[in-house]
Design a protein around this ligand. Structure first.
Ligand code: CP
Length: 318
């Protein structure tokens, strides 16, 4: 019974999740009656293109109604701290706003990124957990502070569709970016890969180590050429520093780490993956992302499938 979906543990075992994904992909309109007179509320604290459209499409495939709230565009500015005197610019407390939102819908999706100011606050997933606690409705993450499970599920579906060997070699590589980005996509990808029997390698410059609880048994390889050698999938992502006082900082944006044709030539004809949006010629060269090896578009298309599986499981609980 899926009452929340914020991490891989909420959908285990992966084998049944992948079976559900195949069912949904083969027949996306089979469960139209399941969503009749049910409403999905999507709450965005941050911008989105793919998550917004793919989740909405998934809900429409299930026959649901959809309401979208962009917190920073037209809603009251929300206070999230407890016990503060609200004499500033924030007009409404999240502890009233969340239960109110819960009365208007049957399922809630929430996007609330890390603010990269305080690691403990970010890794406590304060906003997502408040929705789970106070909305009274099933809640799923549309990317939290520490994970992006709908993305990782779509990534797994894509790898399963494209893999040429039963246990592919998958590389997660840090890539340069001018701005500080959360670790959520990388954490989440690692968490999901660690639930498979794939060979999983992570490479990044020194200083960009991820939280050990996500890295788990992955091989961490600091030598870029060794890391790329013989892999079947290259999954690129930038993240800011996680460790110590450098939390949330860009230590450097060394273009040596950009995915280019020279590095891809070290692989076993690897496919290139990225969650998008991607900064060309920072994360990946034009040449690689425009090559037949790039599967970023089918990867994004699978976001509808991952969202629809989650919605279907949550609708079953209503
Ligand atoms: N990959 C992803 O989540 O894209 P958006 O940020 O555009 O939703």
């Amino acid at each position: 019974m899926m009452k929340k979906f914020t991490a891989v543990e909420d959908i285990l075992p992966l084998q049944s999740a992948l079976t559900w994904a195949k069912e949904v992909k083969a027949n996306p309109f089979a469960d139209q009656s399941m969503g009749k007179n049910k409403t999905l509320l999507m709450v965005f604290f941050n911008a989105s293109l793919r998550t917004r459209l793919s989740t909405q499409r998934a809900a429409l495939n299930m026959g649901m109604n959809v309401i979208v709230l962009d917190i920073n565009q037209g809603a009251w500015k929300l206070e999230t701290e407890h016990g503060v005197v609200m004499d500033g610019d924030k007009s409404e407390h999240i502890l009233e706003a969340i239960p109110v939102m819960g009365t208007y819908c049957d399922i809630i999706g929430v996007r609330a990124f890390a603010n990269l100011q305080n690691r403990d606050d970010d890794y406590a997933e304060i906003i997502l957990n408040q929705f789970i606690r106070y909305s009274g409705k099933p809640v799923f993450s549309m990317e939290g502070a520490t994970r992006h499970p709908l993305q990782s599920f779509a990534d797994l579906i894509t790898i399963e569709e494209y893999k040429r060997t039963p246990k592919p070699k998958v590389l997660l590589t840090w890539t340069p970016h001018p701005k500080a980005l959360p670790q959520a996509v990388a954490n989440s990808f690692a968490e999901w890969m660690n639930q498979t029997d794939y060979e999983f390698i992570i490479t990044h410059p020194e200083g960009y180590e991820l939280d050990a609880k996500f890295v788990k048994n992955a091989r961490v390889e600091y030598d870029i050429e060794k890391a790329y050698k013989g892999v079947d999938f290259v999954y690129a992502k930038n993240w800011s520093a996680y460790t110590g006082e450098n939390y949330g900082r860009v230590l450097h944006a060394n273009k040596q780490w950009t995915v280019d044709a020279r590095k891809m030539a070290l692989t076993e004809n690897a496919f290139f993956m990225h969650c998008l949006p991607v900064r060309r010629n920072m994360i990946v060269t034009d040449e690689v992302i425009e090559s037949p090896a790039s599967i970023v578009i089918p990867e994004a298309a699978n976001r509808v499938v991952s969202a629809q599986v989650v919605l279907r499981e949550m609708l079953k609980t209503l």
